[in-house]
Design a protein around this ligand. Structure first.
Ligand SMILES: NC(=O)c1ccc[n+]([C@@H]2O[C@H](COP(=O)([O-])OP(=O)(O)OC[C@H]3O[C@@H](n4cnc5c(N)ncnc54)[C@H](OP(=O)(O)O)[C@@H]3O)[C@@H](O)[C@H]2O)c1
Length: 347
């Protein structure tokens, strides 16, 4: 199969591309630069930089956001990072790089020949909002808040691809754990400084998934013709923030005495703290489990051990921008020296 990926240079996109290529698929990497260079990328194409081409969100369906002809499946992961200060402008970028870009991407699919038959669109466990101890699965209603609204609108925009005959899957992903990026990069630094600890009362449920399972489950969604709609990309071993903090501290052999009270987090980070660090989502991957998907890292111990030693991470040197075109091609086949570091070197 020929699989197009937007956000192919990112943390999840590069791991997925590498995994799908190893399984025998061809990868078309879409990026704003149009130049993602990696041994597992068959072809590199451009996706619109929303800020440069779509000044008016109402116009989002007009320009061609990407040229997806020849792709059997499109995996749409691109979007402004959620991390950082949620100013009005940042929230606008988070929204428009997902909702407006997804509208534009779907509109572009109508002119693709042949068209992708499968569309996977990123979403998040943030869809469920803050739900205490309620057991949530794909049939649960959307919650409240910026992230819940964002995921709802993002999925709504992607769902329009069904009108073009595509099978559409939404990836409701929890915190992705893997070496070299995402939350683990930040957590290892924080714990390394001795500043690790529970957030708020620590009783909030934190959905998470190991990067390897994220990539495997995404490919499983593509290859399973009966899978459609929302699929929770979270491990079955749900944990509270307190359990997560204690297990990570144990594995890193670092203290976790620090405690960030909810009021302080809200004072400093306002709605970002409430939605990203204090919201409770006890999410079960019901679709995956009921249809027979097997997780490699179903429990936190296993996922953290693998995250602290994993080599799934693509070497950053292989994702260099265009100047790397001047290198002799064989240099891309070098083993990544960064993977030879002991895992503690990030601390
Ligand atoms: N990582 C997680 O724990 C997690 C959890 C839940 C959901 N998700 C969702 O999964 C998707 C992929 O996550 P990730 O961790 O791989 O993200 P990432 O590493 O930040 O990569 C996202 C990619 O999107 C593109 N991008 C960045 N800013 C953009 C903008 N303003 N407009 C258009 N494109 C932009 C970039 O690709 P180019 O520069 O090459 O164009 C970037 O490589 C995201 O939509 C994220 O919200 C992630």
């Amino acid at each position: 199969m020929r699989i197009g990926i937007t956000g192919a240079s990112g943390f999840i996109g590069s791991a997925f591309a590498r995994h799908a290529a190893a399984a025998g698929h061809e990868i078309v990497a879409f990026s704003r630069s149009g130049k993602v260079i990696a041994p597992w990328v068959t072809e590199s194409r451009r996706v619109s930089d929303l800020s440069a081409t779509l000044s008016d969100a109402a116009d989002a369906t007009k320009p061609i956001a990407l040229e997806a002809s020849g792709c059997d499946a499109l995996v749409h992961l691109a979007g402004e990072s959620l991390l950082g200060w949620w100013s009005k402008a940042k929230k606008q970028r988070i929204w428009s790089s997902r909702v407006d870009l997804t509208k534009a991407v779907v509109a572009s699919l109508s002119s693709a020949k042949p068209r992708p038959r499968i569309v996977l669109c990123a979403s998040g466990a943030g869809f469920y909002g803050d739900r205490g101890d309620e057991q949530l699965d794909e049939s649960s209603q959307r919650g409240k808040g910026f992230l819940a609204d964002l995921c709802g609108a993002w999925e709504g925009a992607a769902r329009q691809a069904e009108r073009l005959g595509a099978r559409v899957v939404f990836l409701r992903t929890g915190m992705v754990l893997g070496d070299g990026g995402g939350a683990m990069k930040l957590l290892k630094k924080v714990f390394g400084l001795g500043l690790g600890g529970r957030l708020g009362n620590g009783r909030q449920w934190m959905p998470w998934i190991h990067l390897e399972d994220q990539a495997r489950l995404m490919l499983w969604c593509i290859e399973s013709a009966n899978v459609t709609g929302a699929v929770n990309h979270v491990a079955p071993g749900a944990t509270t923030n307190r359990e997560f903090t204690e297990t990570l501290a144990q594995q890193l052999k670092r203290p976790a005495f620090f405690h960030a009270p909810a009021f302080a987090l809200r004072l400093v980070m306002r709605d970002m703290a409430t939605e990203m660090f204090l919201a409770s989502q006890r999410v079960r991957p019901s679709v995956a489990l009921d249809l027979g998907f097997t997780f490699e890292h179903p429990d936190l111990q296993s996922a953290l051990t693998a995250s602290l030693t994993s080599d799934l991470r693509p070497p950053t040197s292989d994702l260099r921008p265009p100047t790397s075109d001047l290198r002799p091609p064989t240099s891309d086949l070098r083993p990544p020296t960064s993977d030879l570091r002991p895992p503690t070197s990030d601390l």
